[in-house]
Write a protein that binds this ligand. Structure first.
Ligand code: ADP
Ligand code: GN1
Ligand code: MG
Length: 345
């Protein structure tokens, strides 16, 4: 997505539509790839997060419906969550989570443990949200075979003439096609259950406070899904030794002690997991990491229309980082499986 510019008048009108007229500063905030996020300071000293929802990606009406249902359900349960102050599509205003911070990379195992416990609790908290089923806000969001289909299409069209530059990456995917359908197939056969999941459990979507409390944010993709993809995306981002877009691939690998901390934080708090789910936790890390890499590669081939990018080859750099992470997880597969087995006991 291009970095759309907003005039102060446009931002002021959005804020006014949600009752805020005393802002002293409105500035870009955070490192999300999808929405346009701003921090708002006011004369009263109260701060807000202002967001313009990416309407190229989300149906804003369905999204608002999901967000209002999820946040009010959690609030009713006394679970600290995003507090919706105003919602006038495509704009919305959240209370600023004072005292909490998010990071793009884990720096100690204890942090990975907290993140995994937070997402397990999130899944648990939403397990009994009353019907109707939440909207599939982005259909087939974590459907790896469908993501490969989209990659094939983008490579076929090759609108930017970039296909020749990514032969190695396409080959990487080719070699792993056979295992791509494992989770969706298990779901289709009823071997693993559908749950209400977050679907974007990357490290910067949970805010932590120094006292260890946390708030799960970025609820846009909270919808029916698999706990496996949720755990897998924690492995992708919270076991990584380097940033998602690190160019020096020698710095990119999956840290065993962070993986161990993730399992230790997740399993005791995700008592709902079935045997079949537990058995596939380590595999899920590899699969979603490949899937996100495929999405970055697809966007690179399609001309960078989906993820926000900061420079020309940004999506390609991100793809290579993901694929390096996959290789690192593959190399440690047996050790990771053993960690899950021993933690389960
Ligand atoms: P995106 O969908 O683009 O990733 P997010 O909703 O994750 O957008 O927001 C981007 C970043 O803004 C987050 O990673 C976090 O650092 C910050 N952020 C979001 N909501 C809040 C909030 N309520 N309080 C403080 N910071 C927030
Ligand atoms: C996007 O919104 P953000 O930056 O937290 C994306 C995720 C990807 C992630 C990769 C709605 O997450 O699916 O895993 O980038 N969100 C959407 O960093 O596509
Ligand atoms: Mg986010």
């Amino acid at each position: 997505m291009s970095n759309r510019q907003y005039s102060q008048e446009e931002l002021a009108a959005a804020l006014a539509s949600m009752g805020v007229t005393d802002q002293t500063d409105v500035s870009r905030y955070g490192s999300g790839h999808i929405n346009d996020t701003f921090k708002v300071e006011t004369k009263r000293g109260v701060r807000f997060i202002l967001q313009r929802v990416n309407t190229d990606i989300f149906d804003p009406v369905l999204l608002k419906n999901n967000i209002m249902r999820v946040t009010s359900f959690l609030k009713g349960k006394g679970v600290k969550s995003l507090e919706v102050v105003g919602y006038e599509n495509p704009w919305r205003l959240y209370a600023f989570l004072e005292g909490y911070s998010s990071s793009d990379i884990v720096t100690e195992p204890a942090q990975a443990r907290l993140v995994a416990a937070a997402f397990a609790k999130f899944q648990n908290d939403l397990a009994d949200i009353p019907p109707p089923r939440l909207e599939d806000i982005i259909p087939k969001f974590h459907n790896t075979p469908d993501r490969i289909r989209q990659l094939d299409e983008a490579a076929e069209r090759d609108v930017k003439g970039r296909k020749a530059l990514v032969a190695k990456e396409l080959e990487f995917v080719e070699r792993r096609r056979a295992e791509a359908a494992k989770i969706v197939d298990m779901m289709a056969k009823g071997e693993i259950p559908e749950r209400v999941t977050h679907n974007d459990t990357k490290i910067n979507n949970v805010m932590l406070a120094p006292d260890g409390t946390n708030v799960v944010i970025d609820l846009d993709t909270t919808m029916p899904g698999s706990a496996l993809y949720d755990f897998g995306d924690m492995v992708r981002t919270s076991s990584a030794a380097a940033a998602e877009d690190e160019k020096d691939l020698s710095k990119v690998y999956s840290k065993k002690e962070y993986f161990e901390a993730l399992v230790a934080g997740y399993l005791p708090n995700a008592k709902f997991l079935t045997e079949a789910e537990t058995e596939n936790l380590a595999f899920a890390g590899r699969l979603i990491t490949m899937t996100i890499g495929i999405r970055f590669l697809t966007d690179y081939l399609a001309g960078d229309t989906y993820f926000r990018t900061a420079y020309d080859d940004h999506n390609l750099v991100r793809c290579r980082t993901q694929f390096k992470m996959v290789e690192s997880m593959e190399a440690q597969a047996e050790e990771f499986e053993a960690i899950v087995r021993s933690c389960k006991r």
